[in-house]
Ligand binder design. Structure first.
Ligand code: C2E
Ligand code: CA
Ligand code: CA
Length: 280
């Protein structure tokens, strides 16, 4: 990466400069928090799991991940962040179980730099043990990117995760950088279709054809197919009618802090019970 492009990454879109000291301080002061966005089964209307999305609650307000994850990656600090990622999200999954939602899975985003960490599997195993979580309940979302400079090591790490019964999701499928390598070789469990496809679904008929083809491709590889970024009822209905398995997006719920997520799930449950009773 050139000097200029690496410098650019350290400026947030609002021209905030994010340095190592800020990031270290944020980690130390517990300023990083996870919000959770439900993943829905489109056929049954049930929440199956949640995706953990990080936020930086800085003294100057909430900073979204796109503004600081690149800085964490480029400074290598992301590897100091990994133990916190698994400790916090699996702690929160245990809280969800204790609140009665013990069928849910937890999905976390991993960047390629984290796959280079020889300690990754040990870190994950330790957190799974600490909170008595079955590895099958954990999913790691990976995006295929141009910056994959050690593909063999990355595949080896992902294979280790699979061997330990941790699930893998192919994130942002169809976005600028993705190719078919992950689809061919990863032995993944789920394909997450990039939200751009959902948002442009009705722009022209060819987009619907492409979407049907991606859903079919995922199914022919025995993957669960999830559509990200569903914002309207029309998108949800089309996806359900065309066999897409799971959905996620503002139409169902925004990413929520843990306590709000629990209230949301309870309200959902009440609604389901009420509609069940009124049908009887
Ligand atoms: P992603 O993994 O593709 O996550 C989905 C993004 O879409 C999230 O943005 C989410 O808030 C947003 N989203 C969800 N539903 C909708 C919708 O209906 N419409 C629209 N327009 N957007 C929707 P967010 O939280 O800002 O995260 C951005 C990216 O940052 C994530 O994209 C992921 O790549 C990365 N990220 C987030 N948390 C982590 C983390 O803990 N570690 C790493 N390495 N990356 C993370
Ligand atoms: Ca993701
Ligand atoms: Ca995504």
């Amino acid at each position: 990466m050139s000097f200029v492009s690496s410098l650019k990454k350290f400026f947030s879109p609002r021209r905030r400069i994010i340095g190592t000291t800020d990031l270290r301080r944020a980690l130390k002061n517990n300023e990083f928090v996870f919000y959770y966005q439900p993943e829905w089964d489109l056929k049954t209307g049930e929440v199956k799991g949640v995706e953990a999305l990080i936020r930086w609650e800085s003294p100057n307000g909430i900073i979204p991940p796109a503004e600081f994850i690149p800085a964490l990656e480029q400074t290598g600090l992301i590897n100091e962040f990994t133990p916190f990622l698994f400790d916090q999200t699996l702690h929160d999954l245990r809280e969800l179980y204790q609140a009665g939602f013990d069928h849910l899975f937890m999905s976390v985003n991993l960047s390629v730099v984290q796959l280079h960490d020889p300690l990754l599997l040990d870190i994950i195993r330790k957190s799974l043990d600490n909170y008595a979580i079955m590895p099958e309940k954990l999913e790691c979302e990976i995006t295929e990117t141009k910056s994959m400079d050690k593909p063999e090591l990355e595949f080896q790490t992902l294979q280790q995760l699979r061997d330990n019964h941790i699930k893998l999701s192919i994130d942002d499928f169809g976005s600028g950088h993705s190719s078919f390598n992950y689809l061919k070789d990863l032995n993944a469990h789920k394909l997450k279709i990039d939200k751009e496809f959902i948002q442009s679904l009705f722009d022209k008929p060819a987009n619907e054809t492409i979407m049907r083809t991606i859903i079919g491709l995922g199914h022919s590889l025995n993957l669960i197919v999830l559509a990200e970024g569903i914002e309207t009822s029309a998108q949800e209905q089309w996806l359900r009618k065309n066999g897409c398995d799971y959905g996620q997006g503002f139409w169902f719920s925004r990413p929520l802090p843990l306590t709000m997520l629990i209230s949301f799930l309870r309200a959902q449950e009440d609604q389901t019970n009420t509609s069940y009773q009124s049908e009887k």
